[in-house]
Design a protein. Sequence first.
Length: 591
Amino acid sequence: MAPEVKDLFNPLTALRFLVEKPHTVRLPFEKKEAADRERGLHANDLDLCIGCGNCAKICNCEAIEMVEVEGVPDGPGRTTLRPRVDYGRCSFCGQCVDVCPTGSLKLSRDYLLVSEDRNDFVFVPDNRRDDGRGWRSEPQASLLVYERIEMPERDPNERKHDFDWVLLGFTEEQAVLEAQRCLGCGLCIQSCPTQMDIPEYIAAIARRDYEEALRIMFRTNPFSEVCGIVCTHRCETACVYEHRGDPIQIRFLKGFATSQIDDYRRVLQPQIPPSTGKRVAIIGAGPAGLTAAYYLRLKGHEVTIFEALPVPGGMMRVGIPRYRLPQKTLDKEIGYILSLGVDLRLNTRVGTDVPFQQLVEEFDAVFISVGHHKPWTLGIPGEDARGVWQAIEFLKRVNLGEPVEVGKRVVVVGGGDVAMDACRTPLRLGAEESYVMYRRRVEDMPASDEEKREALDEGVVFLPQTLPVEIVKDTDGRMVAVKYVKTRMVDQGPGKRPRPVPIEDQVYTLEADMLIAAIGQTVDLSFVPEDLRRAITDERGKIVANAHRQTPVPKIFAGGDIFNPRADIISAVADGRHAATGIDLFLRGEL
C-alpha cells in the first residue's frame, strides 16, 4: 500500500480501543493487581527484626533511619531500633532487603499510597498494623552468605592419643572469606564482657591487615589469642546470623589474626610512661591478675604479682589441657605482658609466705584475683580411696608434667567443661575407656556443645541420670569399682530445670581404676585476715565490689573467678581491665 493511502486509514485504527479493555485503572477508585515481582512498599516483621541497622547502612538514598519502637523484643543480639522509611527518598532498589540477615524486611506488592500529607510517606513498616502497611511473607532470596566456614579438626582417633592441639586452624583464605561475611552491625559487642571492637578487627582481617587487627584487639583484651581458642564466645550468640544461618566464627577469626603475629612488641610498640611511684600488689597470676597488670603498667604504675604456683597463667595454665590451649600461645601472651616490667613472684603463697596484711600496708592498692582452686567433694563412702582424684588437682598435675597413673577404665563425675577436660585427658595418658556420670540428662549438661561433641567423638561414654553412691576399695585401699543408682527427672515448673531424684531400690556397680570428681569448685579466702574478710564479703561469704571492682575497703579490689559468677577467661579479662581502671582512678585520688 502506498504511504499516502496508509496514512489515510491510520486514524481509523484507533477506533478499536473503544471496545478493548483499558490498560489503566482509575486509582484509587479501582484496584490494579500488581505483578508478582512488583517492588512496592516495605514490610517488616517487627518481632523477627533485631534492629541491626544493616538496611540503613546500605541505603544509598538515605531513605532509611533507625528509630526507637516500643513493645519489640530486646536483649542480647537485639536492639529496640527499627527501620523507618522515607518514600520521598526511596528508589525501591531492594538492597535493604538483600542484606537483611533475619529475612524480616521485604518489599511488598502493596504500592498504593495516596495522600496530601508528606508525613504519611514516612513510617515504620510494622506487621502489627491493619492499614495495609504491615504486609509480611516467608523469607525471600538474599545476597548474604549464611553458612559459616567450619574450623577443621584433627581426626578424633588420632588426636586422642596425644596433647597436640585438636584443631587444624584456618587457612588465610578461609579466614578472609569468613571475615567477609560480617555485616559490621556491632550487635556482638554488647555480649562481649570486654566490649571488644569486633566488627572493626574483623574488617581488618578481611583486608588481611593482621597488625591493625591486633592493635584493635589489645585495646581491651591482652589475651586475644587465648580467647581466640578457648573463649566461651558469647559474642557469637548475639551475631545477626544466629537468627537465620550460622554466626560468624568470631572466636576463631580472633585466634587466626593473633597467630599471624609472632612479636607483639614490634606491632603494638607499648609506651610505658614514667613511673607514678605508686605500687600495686596483685594476688594471682591468672587472666584477671595479668590483665590488670598489663593496663596498670601502661598507666605507669609499679606492679608486683604474687603467685602460689610455679608458673604464671592460673587456670589457663594448670586447668585447661594443652590439646585445647597450646603452651606456645600462653607463653607468647603472658611473656608480652611480663615484658612491660611486671614483677612476678612465683611459688609465693599469700597468707603463708607473705601475710596479706603486709601487702595492704606496703602497697598503695591490692587486687585479689585468685581462682577457684578449692574443689567440692562427692561426700560418699570410699572417697578417700587411692585412685580417686579431684579434677582440679588431676589436671594441674598433668599440666605441670607430673606423672599420674590412670589405669584402664576411668570414671568422671560431673557435666561441665572441667568434666569434659577430665574425661578426655586420661585417654591421652593411656586409659582405654572413659565414662562420664551425670545426674541429669545430657541436654542438661552445662558443658559447651562443642566440648561434649569432641568428647563423644573421642570415644568417651556418657552415662546420664546416674549418681555415684559409694566407691569400692580393695584390701590395699585402692579403688576397684563405683556403685551408683539411676535418677528420674521431676518437673519443677516453668523456667526451672527438672530435679534429679535417686531411684534407690536398684544399685549398680561399674568396675574402674580411677574416679575423677568434677562437680565444681569454690574460692578459698582463708589467706585474708578475718576482720578484713568480713569487711569485703557479704553474709554468704561472697566478695562485694562495685563497677570498678573496688571493695568496701577502698584500697582492696577484687575480680576474676573470686568475684565473677561467669568463671570464664573472658569475664576474668574484663574484670582485670575494670579493676585497672578503678585502681588508676583510686591512685590518682579520683575514686
